[in-house]
Design a protein around this ligand. Sequence first.
Ligand code: NAP
Length: 304
Amino acid sequence: MSELPLPPATRRLGLSDIEVSPIAWGMWRLAENGRTVADAAKLVHAALDAGITFLDTADIYGFDGTSGFGDAEALLGEVLAAEPGLRDKMVLATKGGILPPLPYDQSPDYLKKAIDDSLRRLQVDSVDLWQIHRPDILTHPQEVARALDDAVASGKVRTLGVSNFTMFQLPALAKFLDNKLVSTQPEISPLRIDCFENGQLDQAMAFGLTPLAWSPLGGGRLAAPETARDKAVAAALDTVAEAQGVSRTVCAYSWLMAHPAGIIPIIGSQNESRIAEGAEALKVRWTRQDWYAVLVAARGVPLP
Ligand code: NAP
């Protein structure tokens, strides 16, 4: 049986000249459980030491429904301030545009302030990727584009991406931007397979966008599946995981990475050894048969 290609050691972020690791680490859950700056630094090092140099955060990470907006960025900012030189070892991505309880605001004045606030909390001069977290349907894309192009022109943001955009919202924004979008960040996992058939990944390939997969383990459900469908997907992954001597979760990351769009899974674990283990995904080989077996388990019905 022919094997699909292994992921490359690094990928280009969209059509930019920024090289990123083919797997990322996310900090949605960083400012939880009373984590200290020293604890957070250990996680950052666990990722970097494993070759996971693409780090994803957002201004809203840390918000618990009433307070905590900006806390995950601020914690990472303290890690970066305490260790000069660390910033240059990572490709740093953040997001903005969700303003609880509004809930979304992408008016130009708000975006400018959101980006400035993120840089201040992160204690950096610029970020490598700034993403709109969720679309604000009440701002015209031309207005959004103006604010984002200004952020690039000012040197505060190197590249631009979107998250949770529809197939129509993405090209509408791209049409008005002077800068090319480099990434799109939908939810993708062996339990969330819409992207594989609804055209979003085809759009990413057509536009030259790098897809970043949020919640690549379905928010952890794949580690402890409960429903019959989730168990069937886990079993299909386990077949390959056992044959290749890796964990089911590593196998799940590698399943996403085998897609030709060059999906970058964002590891959500805040556990040092689980973050480091993620790098094993680079060595897992998939055949078409095994890959489609996972897809069919997730569909719950055979392919046509
Ligand atoms: P995930 O990888 O699907 O889930 C991670 C969760 O699974 C953690 O709570 C982790 O706990 C748990 N888990 C249990 N067993 C695990 C194992 N064996 N290996 C790894 N994790 C295990 O990812 P996620 O945290 O939901 O999301 C990942 C990233 O995607 C976020 O950090 C963020 O950067 C991004 N994201 C973006 C959006 C968006 O709207 N753009 C939305 C959600 C997330 P432990 O920490 O104890 O390991």
